[in-house]
Each structure stands twice: as C-alpha cells, then as structure tokens.
Design a protein around this ligand. Structure first.
Ligand code: PMP
Length: 285
C-alpha cells in the first residue's frame, strides 16, 4: 500500500509529495513538529500535543497554520488514509517559503504543513521493553531552547548515531554541572532504591515531554512517590531502575548506562508497571 502525506492542503502519495526548496524548514530548520502516538486508529493525548505545538509556534513567532479543529481533522485523515491502527502521526509546521534570508520574511508567508503517519509493530516495542535498552552519556551540546520542539535536531541526530555506534539505543545528555538533562529523543528517569521515581524539572534543559506529564499526573493515583530533581549518571548507574519516556516508546526500561548494569541488569518492576498502566491515564481522541 502506498503511503499518503498531507502537504500544504493536499493529500498526496508520498512518492509524489514534495515541498519547495526555499521552504525555511529545509533551509534553516525554521520549524517545529509533534509526534503523537496512534492507538486503535486514535490519537493519544492530542490536546496536550496541540498545546505544546501552539507554545512552540508562539515561541518562534510562527502563526498557527489553521484552527486546531481543522488540524485535528487533517491528523485523523492522514492516520485513516494510511490505515494506521498502532503507530505514530508526525506533524511539521515551518515558517513557510521565502527567498533565502536569515531574518523572517518581510512579507507574511503562510506556514507550511506536512503530516505523515506510519504503523509501528507493537511486538517490536514489547520485545525492546522486555529486554530493556542501553544508554550512553554525552556532553550536552544543544542550544538552551530545547523547550521548543524544533526540527533543528542535528545534535540529537549525532547523539542517537553515537548511541547506535556504541551498541546502545539512546544517548543521555549531561549538562556542565554533571546532571543528566534528557535523551536524544526521550525524557530520562530513574527509580531510587527506596522506590522514588525521579526526573528532572522541565524548567530548564529538557523538552516538556507529553508522556512525562501524563505519568507525573498519574503518580498520585498509582501511589508512587515522585521527585522532580536532576540526577547524575553515577546516581543512575547505582539506581534500582531507569527508564525513558517518549510518545513513540511509551515507557522503555533502561538496563545499562555507559556499560554499567542498572539494578539487576533487567527491566525494573516500576518501569514495567508504568508501561503497562500508561494507557489507563492517556486520553484517546
Ligand atoms: N525529549 C526529546 C528531545 C524528544 O525528542 C522527545 C520525543 N519527542 C521527548 C523528550 C519526549 O517527548 P514526548 O513524551 O512528548 O514524546
């Protein structure tokens, strides 16, 4: 089956879909994106993703390309046309097309919108979660505005490749004070030996992950003690458990950091429980 993308107002076969070479997304990575999990053909936590999208656009002074209700129709239509039951939907909004010049276009241009969707094999995610993933650490080398979900992801691309080259699945950035910020495409967490779940505050150094925020809101009901504070790679290596969160991975147990096993080297009970109960707290629409 050929895949269908939404590109600036039209649904196109992906083989024929294209954007202008002077799209500022292509020229400058002048744009933002969202990745929403798709479950049973529906979007997971769409309102939170849309709120973050609006915030990212606002921070970059890019106009919302269409009303939220229309955007929701497009997202669902791309999911439907690609027959995605379980997978992800990707949305990208760039500042638009203009003659190449670093400053914003002097005449207003329409933001450009691309939406794609694809199926992910749930068995693969399950497999990874049953084994647990390895992470490496790297010095933080991104700009300070990582709170904006920008398509400017070159440091993240290099970090993910460094992880793969090292036989790991994810790379955790470490800030100049020695604390883990987040993964190249996920938020980072540990579970202390006395059962407290710890992740860094979203005040600085990380993207405010949607999966992260849904979990934090669930902790009270799950009667899980939670601490929002930074941690070091050494604390992670010595922790009972570690895991990462992202819309595309949900909760993924981490079993090694820089070659040191975490806990007993197997996925931890808290991470497993959070993975299993996550969708009880997520909202499908
Ligand atoms: N941090 C970064 C750098 C990411 O790319 C992602 C994935 N989008 C996350 C955190 C997790 O965010 P979410 O839970 O919204 O997918």
């Amino acid at each position: 089956m050929s895949r269908i993308a939404y590109v600036n107002g039209r649904y196109r076969d992906m083989r024929d879909a294209s954007v202008n070479i002077e799209d500022r997304g292509y020229q400058f990575a002048d744009g933002v994106y969202e990745v929403c999990e798709v479950r049973y053909g529906k979007l997971v936590d769409q309102p939170r993703h849309m709120a973050r999208l609006e915030r990212s656009l606002h921070e970059l002074r890019i106009a919302m390309p269409m009303p939220l209700a229309s955007l929701s129709v497009v997202l669902h239509e791309v999911v439907r046309r690609n027959r995605v039951q379980h997978g992800i939907v990707y949305l990208q909004v760039t500042r638009g097309v203009a003659r190449r010049d670093h400053g914003f276009p002097t005449k207003p241009v329409r933001p450009a919108v691309v939406v794609t969707a694809r199926s992910l094999d749930p068995a693969k995610g399950k497999d990874n979660a049953a084994r647990g993933i390895k992470v490496i650490t790297l010095p933080e080398n991104r700009w300070p505005r990582v709170d904006i979900k920008s398509t400017a992801l070159l440091p993240n691309v290099l970090a993910k490749q460094a992880a793969r080259d090292a036989g790991a699945y994810e790379a955790w950035y470490v800030d100049p004070h020695g604390y883990v910020t987040e993964g190249s495409s996920s938020n980072a967490w540990i579970v202390t030996k006395d059962g407290r779940v710890v992740t860094r505050s979203a005040q600085s150094g990380i993207l405010a992950g949607i999966t992260r925020s849904v979990l934090i809101d669930a902790f009270e009901k799950l009667q899980i003690r939670f601490e929002e504070r930074p941690f070091t790679p050494a604390e992670a290596a010595d922790a009972a458990e570690a895991f990462v969160t992202a819309a595309s991975m949900i909760v993924m147990p981490v079993v090694a950091i820089d070659g040191h096993s975490i806990g007993n080297g197997k996925p931890g009970a808290v991470a497993k429980r959070l993975r299993e109960s996550f969708h009880d707290f997520a909202v499908l629409s």
